[in-house]
Write a protein that binds this ligand. Structure first.
Ligand code: BGC
Length: 740
């Protein structure tokens, strides 16, 4: 039977008795089926091919080489292009030109299938000049505020749509349980529940109810799955994750992202249990499709199909690498520099080594996602800059996110807030730099191209200077690595009331950020020691993507502010907190280690807190001070005894016992008191952030579901076991029993 006939029959069956909504979705899927039926093998494999912008890049002022673009689209039929030209942020106008040029060539193609452009807009539109650059994910986690995460998604979508872009390789749903890892800061921290809630909120904000709306777009969950716990701490090195651990700690956040509606997923660039992410049929097909029901596109990470051959020696040739990855479940290859994937996959289909059905499956997914994104509706006019790009409202949201993301870890004798007329010495490698506030993926991949940074944003020094009514003295090097003149700093300290010492890390990401130890570098230790020796009170401000060891410095300091990577408004936010113009409320989304090798996480097993073992981080997960005090009281559970499957209702009061207004996050932890697989001493199951006036008391209720009580059992299946459970909120605990 002719393919067209099959299509018409399907359409007539689909139309019998269907509602308008069903009709719309069946028309959409029919569009995809119709296209698929007319596509050649080359056109199909082209859709599965994603190239880097450099493949079509022009020379000099010409961003695009027309001949290369024509080759990519008309000859190789590429379905997707990624990345920013010349590895640096472009103006809105240049982005619009790029997208327009690509679309005008697509228009000339036989089937006019639009190219899907992908970009890493991981903390705002990070490759568009002057965009709103938010705190990085580790900071967003410290806000414990899903509403802000949703807003970040909403604003990021708008700002990349202004540039004509749409597909965002974000959010990172990996769980950050290896503090040495150079991408820890791209995660929402060490807790599964927190990451799931914040990532889902981001996706919903970014995509809204209709991904094809002019101010919305496609998100991408990454890096599926098990990327974030390399054993030796270095990026792209082996992780050893048992099936139970995978299901307990690493799958749930991806499951949440899929439920939140993300239609694309990027594959883990490393390996788990000896199987590279891109070769793992069990993860990519059995679990992702079979169990999690994911219907969207699985895109490879950078060059990773080739690496099955060149790096992993899993494949004996580049061609075998393509076969393994495609058959494992990768739908689109981020090749990214050539057409080898395209050529080899065509050969593999012609020789019968890869069945056409697998190609159709992948292309169907890709076209469906393009359809969901509204790409077939024609190119919409990009959103207006005035209304949607770096508006005052988005800057205000960004500032709020930065403020809520900073953790006041220590405040001896209430040395903070500072008086505006205090004489301050500010020094240290992170005191006067915008890039250290932002980290990697900021206007360039590594975030270290200072020439691209906006001129009107304030560093910590700049922001302090602006607010101070007295003198702020700055002693620093010109850039991060420059040695600071310690003698000069000590000399300058003599006339001051207080020293603000800014330590931390320079920006980095991926393998470029690999380090052998969490210790801070010697130059910073020496500077700190010399300044402590002056006897002046020191406020320590730490900036950077992972918890570098500051145990000694924190002990000697009067106050400690953990800023992580608070984004473009981070300098102002830090100054607001130091001067008390903002009451801090960030809480740690990770356990801050005391020593480099003592990495115990908050949800550790009983054995990690037994005999001589203990959980003694410098600061625990959830730690964070305020200029007010909060008290939780009256923790109650609606009944002492539940039948399996019933929801558990919890109620607790929180009171602001301080003298100023402030925000507090109430954290609800659960412990399964005896089980057939050892259970963590506690696990976060719910949280809520409230703002309270002095002496204001609020009653908060939470509902735990059977899923919250469950774990991965001996047979690797999720279950709830009857028995006693303990709920912990603040210093209070309560118990309940579950029976069959
Ligand atoms: C990173 C991904 C990123 C991709 C595209 C890779 O090297 O691992 O997180 O999305 O590059 O830029």
């Amino acid at each position: 039977m002719h393919i067209r006939t099959i299509f018409i029959m399907t359409l007539s069956i689909a139309m019998v008795g269907c509602s308008v909504k069903n009709l719309e979705s069946s028309q959409q899927s029919n569009k995809v089926e119709m296209l698929l039926a007319t596509m050649t093998l080359e056109e199909k494999v082209g859709q599965m091919t994603q190239i880097d912008f450099s493949v079509i890049a022009g020379q000099g002022d010409e961003l695009i080489d027309q001949a290369k673009l024509i080759d990519a689209i008309l000859t190789r039929h590429v379905g997707s292009i990624l990345n920013t030209p010349n590895n640096k942020a472009q103006s809105v106008e240049d982005w619009r030109k790029v997208i327009h040029t690509i679309n005008s060539v697509t228009e000339k193609s036989r089937l006019k299938i639009p190219v899907l452009y992908g970009i890493d807009a991981i903390h705002g539109a990070s490759y568009t000049k002057n965009s709103t650059l938010f705190p990085q994910a580790i900071n967003m986690a410290a806000t414990f505020n899903p509403e802000l995460s949703g807003k970040e998604g909403e604003i990021t979508a708008q700002e990349i749509r202004v540039s004509g872009l749409q597909w965002n390789f974000s959010p990172v749903m990996d769980i950050g349980r290896q503090p040495l890892w150079s991408r820890l800061w791209e995660t929402y921290g060490e807790d599964v529940h927190l990451a799931s809630v914040l990532g889902s909120a981001y996706i919903k904000g970014y995509q809204g109810d209709d991904i094809s709306a002019p101010n919305k777009g496609l998100t991408c969950l990454k890096h599926y799955v098990g990327y974030s716990v390399p054993n030796n701490g270095k990026d792209r090195t082996p992780a050893w994750i048992s099936e139970r651990m995978l299901r307990e700690y690493f799958l749930p956040s991806f499951e949440a992202g899929i439920k939140a509606g993300s239609p694309t997923i990027m594959v883990n660039s490393g390996e788990v249990d000896g199987i590279p992410g891109h070769a793992n049929y069990h993860y990519l097909t059995t679990i992702l499709r079979g169990e999690l029901g994911f219907k969207g596109v699985a895109v490879s990470d950078w060059e990773d199909i080739k690496r099955l051959y060149v790096r992993d020696k899993l494949a004996s040739s580049p061609k075998e690498a393509v076969k393994i990855a495609v058959m494992a479940g990768v739908d689109m290859s981020m090749v990214p520099f050539d057409y080898s994937f395209y050529d080899l996959l065509i050969e593999l289909v012609k020789s019968g080594e890869v069945p056409m059905a697998r190609i159709d499956e992948a292309v169907r997914r890709i076209l469906t996602v393009k359809d969901q994104a509204g790409l077939f509706k024609g190119t919409p006019l990009p959103l207006s800059v005035d209304e949607y790009f770096a508006t005052q409202a988005s800057t205000a949201t960004n500032l709020q996110a930065a403020r809520e993301s900073i953790v006041l870890a220590k405040n001896s004798q209430n040395i903070l807030p500072l008086k505006k007329d205090a004489k301050i010495l500010i020094t240290g490698p992170t005191a006067n730099s915008l890039s250290v506030l932002n980290g990697g993926w900021t206007l360039s991949w590594q975030g270290d191209n200072d020439s691209l940074l906006p001129k009107d944003k304030l560093t910590v020094y700049g922001a302090l200077q602006k607010k101070s009514t007295s003198k702020v003295t700055y002693i620093g090097g010109a850039s991060f690595g420059d040695k600071i003149d310690i003698k000069k700093a000590v000399e300058a300290a003599k006339d001051q009331d207080i020293i603000v010492l800014c330590l931390g890390e320079k920006p980095y990401t991926e393998t470029m950020g690999n380090i052998p130890s969490l210790n801070i570098d010697q130059a910073q230790v020496e500077l700190a020691n010399a300044l402590f020796a002056t006897g002046k009170p020191v406020v320590l401000v730490i900036l950077g993507g992972r918890p570098r060891i500051i145990t000694e410095q924190a002990e000697n300091a009067s106050a400690v502010l953990l800023g992580f990577l608070p984004g473009m408004e981070g300098g102002v936010a830090i100054a607001d907190i130091l001067y008390g113009d903002y009451n801090p409320n960030g809480k740690l989304p990770i356990s801050y280690p005391r020593n480099t090798n003592d990495i115990v996480l908050y949800d550790h097993k009983p054995i990690e807190n037994f005999d001589t073992n203990s959980y003694t981080p410098l600061y625990p997960f959830g730690h964070g001070l305020s200029y007010s005090q909060f008290k939780t009281s009256g923790l109650t559970i609606d009944k002492p005894h539940y039948k399996m499957g019933e929801p558990i209702h919890i109620s607790v009061n929180v009171t602001n016992t301080g003298s100023i207004k402030g925000k507090e996050t109430v954290l609800v932890y659960l412990n399964d008191m005896a089980a057939t697989v050892t259970r963590p001493n506690k696990q976060l199951k719910a949280f809520k952030k409230v703002e309270l006036n002095p002496q204001q008391k609020e009653n908060i209720t939470f509902t735990l579901t059977p899923n919250d009580l469950s774990f991965i059992g001996v047979d690797l299946k999720r279950l709830v076991e009857p028995g006693d459970f303990k709920v912990m909120v603040g210093s209070e605990t309560a118990q309940f029993l579950v029976t069959e």
